[in-house]
Write a protein that binds this ligand. Structure first.
Ligand SMILES: Cc1cc2nc3c(=O)[nH]c(=O)nc-3n(C[C@H](O)[C@H](O)[C@H](O)COP(=O)(O)O)c2cc1C
Length: 158
């Protein structure tokens, strides 16, 4: 049986994070749910859940955080990713990683890249992080999801 992956995404600025999720879904059998539609999905039906967001004023979208807070405490494999103007995902993903760990989730991976930002004064000169996500970023996202899938399989077989 192939593993089932659900990627829950909030991507409200320029759909940068959604594009990253779409690249991941080309490399692994994944269903993408935008956070506004999450009520139509049943997380329990999936083996692995991804949490992806653009970064807004230093944080993941509040709706994605609320969704994660509402999860049960059953053990489940998850992964976290983000796009941001700076691409500093270790810093930005931390809150979501900790929240998921507090819910008994096993974080199989943590990823991120830069995403074009044209918000407010950052629009000057064509925006911050121009050209991102780039082809290299999409390749890295696909390598990332392949690694997550491998880790899941390895855990299942132990
Ligand atoms: C309101 C707003 C606030 C932002 N705050 C930050 C920030 O604190 N740090 C950062 O690196 N990028 C910041 N950005 C840039 C976005 O994180 C970046 O463009 C991201 O790729 C947007 O993802 P999305 O298109 O999936 O929404 C901000 C963008 C917006 C619109």
């Amino acid at each position: 049986m192939t593993m089932k992956i659900l990627i829950v995404v909030s991507s409200k600025h320029r759909q940068n994070t959604l594009q990253l999720a779409e690249a991941m879904a080309e490399a692994a059998p994944a269903t993408i749910a935008e956070i506004g539609d999450i009520k139509y999905y049943k997380p329990a039906d999936y083996d692995v859940i991804g949490f992806g967001s653009g970064v807004y004023a230093g944080k993941f979208d509040g709706k994605l955080i609320e969704f994660a807070k509402g999860l049960d405490n059953d053990k489940k494999c998850v992964f976290v990713f983000s796009t941001s103007g700076t691409g500093n995902y270790e810093k930005y993903n931390k809150q979501m990683v900790r929240l998921l760990e507090s819910k008994n989730k096993v974080v199989l991976g943590n990823f991120g890249c830069k995403g074009l930002c044209k918000w407010f004064i950052f629009a000057i000169g064509g925006g911050m992080a121009k050209g991102h996500p780039s082809e290299e970023d999409f390749d890295a996202a696909q390598a990332f999801i392949a690694e997550v899938a491998q880790k899941y399989e390895a855990l299942e077989n132990t």
